[in-house]
Each structure stands twice: as structure tokens, then as C-alpha cells.
Design a protein around this ligand. Sequence first.
Ligand code: NAD
Length: 508
Amino acid sequence: MSDTALTPPSHAELQRIAAGLRLPDRAFLDGDWSASDNGALFETANPATGAALSTLAHCGQKDVDRAVAAARGSFRSGVWSRCAPEKRKEALLKLAALIRRDGVRLAVMESLESGKPIRDCLREITQEVPAIFQWYGELVDKSYGHVAPTGQEDCAMVVREPIGVVAAVLPWNFPLLMATWKLAPALASGCSVIVKPAEETSLTALSLAALAIEAGIPAGVLNVLTGPGETTGRLIGQHPDIDSVSFTGSTDVGRLFLQYAGSSNLKTVGLEMGGKSPFIVLDDADLTEDLIDNAVMAAFWNGGQNCSANMRQLVARSRQDAYVEKIIARTKQIVIGDPLDPATDMGPLISAGQRNRVQAYVAKGVEEGARRVLEAGVPNGRGHYLGPTVFADLRPEMTIAREEIFGPVLGVLPVDSMDQALQIANGTDYGLHATVYTRDLDRAMYFARRLECGTVAVNGFTEGDIKTPFGGYRRSGSLARDKGLEAMAQYQQIKTIWLRLSAMGLSA
Ligand code: NAD
């Protein structure tokens, strides 16, 4: 759906790169590849074909303990946590350069494992991911503490310290990008990190860990534990020697991480979770090609497997028919196909289970009386493909207007006034994102200030960039934010150092 400034290699060249890839097949602990202690394995597969890609370590208690010991050992040694900021900066900048060097290969790997279109993988991995490591790398030697006001007999310093051993628990929809949103500020802060990728998409996080060693990040500072959430994820959540978990995933699992923390060592838990975000078209907005492009991308980008997917589209009742007609015409232009083909806009969903879940929501929408105006095709052959569905005449109480679907479904919900649009937009358990289209700056600000969510985009669907924080209100997130200067707060402690100068005979 979105484009990249980079001219992608041809489909044939990408297939050649895919055929020559050497895929990781073990976890990465204490600076080296590692099979699981008990030899347990699980398989990762290509969602476009169903074919197995690699077998990976199903990490259990002993592996988690080893990873935590390696992370704790590196943290306590100070080799990273207390090294000169210039050294951390240099390593993070080197890591950015290495990702750029290997970017096409990593993008192909991610496309194969996640089913994401290669154009999106190339943009995320060759451009956004290295830029994020660079941004936080450059921040390392420009972050200051402060001196609090005191009398001359004292000196009070407020300093920031790395929080310790951090676990980053990740979803499958943006595998390396989500890893980077957490890793870059955590490493910049001086933490040692354990990454737990989603079991569907482990390969690029594993490859990144090997690049980190090449970049000069010491062994033990970045470890990757692979395995299912119910075992490996749970063991991480319950571990007594992990100081903080930064989680991105579903609200149900986010809730579990709070319980794990409560029943173990009260580790801090940062949560980025689901959403049910509105796309609001006020009656003064022209239904331009740009607006329709953004509306379609807001719902169908990444096959709708996007936490900020704007699938609830709130449009003045009088304009619903014109809007729906344009949405259908634009949606029909979406190219569904082989994720490795640069012409592809939409690949398969991540799994058969996810496709079944989305189809069940579509059936529920029909059953509850939403008008299906575009029916999803299910292409023949292997792979978990599902075309886009468009509904009109959504009502706020319908299941598909309330629950996160996480698939290619767009619903148009007609509204009769601005106030009603605002009330419906805010009338969910979630609060991650919203888009508003209007030509009137007053109305834009009226909505922006009253929408109860972490990001409001005006006249374009965007999640912002690395300089702006991203996170959710209510069940979309905790106070923690990814991206921006604000992300550093998840990975730092604040310490007060009070010097009684008078006791040393130094006061004025
Ligand atoms: P998920 O919650 O199923 O899994 C996320 C991670 O948690 C995975 O690594 C998984 O292995 C682990 N996990 C699963 N069950 C676990 C358990 N019982 N104990 C411990 N760990 C467990 O989410 P998903 O299906 O991978 O991703 C989709 C969800 O992520 C959607 O709800 C989406 O909105 C959300 N998401 C949010 C953001 C954001 O920034 N707010 C970004 C991307 C995705």
C-alpha cells in the first residue's frame, strides 16, 4: 500500500536472494547461537505457501535462566551499562550501518516469514530501522541529568541510570520494526536486553542479534529467546531477575504480563496493545483521491494487521454512498499476490487461524445487519490469503464496530453530526489512534483535543515518525510510549544524589 523511495530489486532477483538465504535456526544467548537446553524445537513457516522455513529453539526454563544470567552479568560488569556514552553511540551507529548493508537480505527474510509485501519490508528495514538506531545512537551523548536548586551547603544531582535487564516481547505484524522501537532506546540507555519475538516471526530479530556483536555490542547485552508465548513468553514475564518488560501485542496478553509482574518481582511493565481506531471524514472535507488513498491504506495496510488500523470510518450520512463508491473502486486496485513481488500491495494473513478469525468477524457483521458492499475473495491455492471486505451502514453497537479484527475489513459508519462522530469515535475500550479529515483548522483542533487516544492524525493517515511518541490510552496501552525522547523513560531509573558539602567543609 505504501511506497519506498528505494527502487526495489526485480521479483526474479528477490527470489534468487530468497533461495540463497541462510536462515537462523537457534536462539542467540550470551553472544552466540544456542540450541534449546532440552532440544525442543518449533517450526516457522511461509504464510504465502504454508511451506516450512526453519526450525527454531523452543526455549524453556533453563534457556530463559541462561539468557537472564547473561544479561544480568553483562549489565553488572558495566561493559555496556557504564561505558563511555561515545562508545555506546559508536556501536549503535555501526549497527545502523550494518543493517543498511544487509537490509535487502533481511527484508527478503522478513517478507518470507511474515507474508508482508516486500516493498513494505524494504522501506521498514533498509530505511526506518537503521534510521531509528541512528537517532537513538546520536542521543546517547546528548542526554543530560540536572542539578536541583539547593542552598550553597548542598549539591543535589538528578541522574538517569539504565533500568537493568529488559525483556522486549513482540508481535508478528512489524517484526524488526517493533524490535527496533524497543531495542534502540533500551540499548541507548545502557540496558541489557532479552528479545522474545512472536513465534511466527523470529528470523530477523535473530539476525539482528548477530549483527549487534559485529557492531561491537558486548556479548550478553542483546539476547534473543525464541518460542511460543504460553511457555517462553510466560517464563520471561514471571522471571524474578528481569527488571522491566516492554510488551507489544494484544490487550489480553498485556493483561497477563501485569499479572506475571504482580506474582513475581513487580517488574515494571510497558504495554502497547490493540486498537479500534476511527477515520473521521467531516462534511467539509473533499472526497479527493488523496483522502480515499489514505482511507484505504488506513484500513488495509499490512492486510489490516495493524494496531492502528482505522477500520471504523465515520462519514456524514448524506455522503455515505459517494464515499463507499470511491472506497470500493480504490480497494479493487489493491494487488494481492506473492509478497516477494514488488508489484504486490497485500500478501497473505499471518496464519490460517488469523484468517478464520477475520472470516468469523465478517460473518458476524453480516449476521448483525451491516451491509457488505465488497466481498472478500479467497484466492485459490496454498497460503493464508484473504481479500478485502467493505461494509456500509455499520452501527456502533455491532461487534465489528467494537472489537479489534486485525484483518482486511473496512466499515463505513454513517453519522448525523460532529458531536455524534466524536462520541462514537471515543465510544470504545481502546484509544490508540484516530484520523480526522477537514479543511477547517478549528474543527481539526476541536477533534484533536477531544479524541481520547495517543495519536491524532489530521488530513492524512500516519503514526508520526521516530521523533514522536506512540502509545495508547485506556486498553490500548499504559503510560509507556515507544519512539521519541519519551521512549527512554521505559528504560531508565531516576536517581537523586545529595551531597552535603557542608559536612565536607566545602560550603560557601
Ligand atoms: P499476542 O498478544 O498474541 O502476542 C504478542 C507476544 O506475546 C508474542 O511474542 C507472543 O508469543 C507473546 N505471548 C502470547 N501469549 C502469551 C502468554 N500467555 N504469556 C506470555 N507471552 C505471550 O499479539 P500478536 O497476535 O502477536 O499481535 C497482534 C496484537 O498486537 C494486536 O492486538 C495488535 O493491535 C497489537 N499491536 C500493538 C501495537 C502497538 O504499538 N500498540 C503494535 C503492533 C501490534
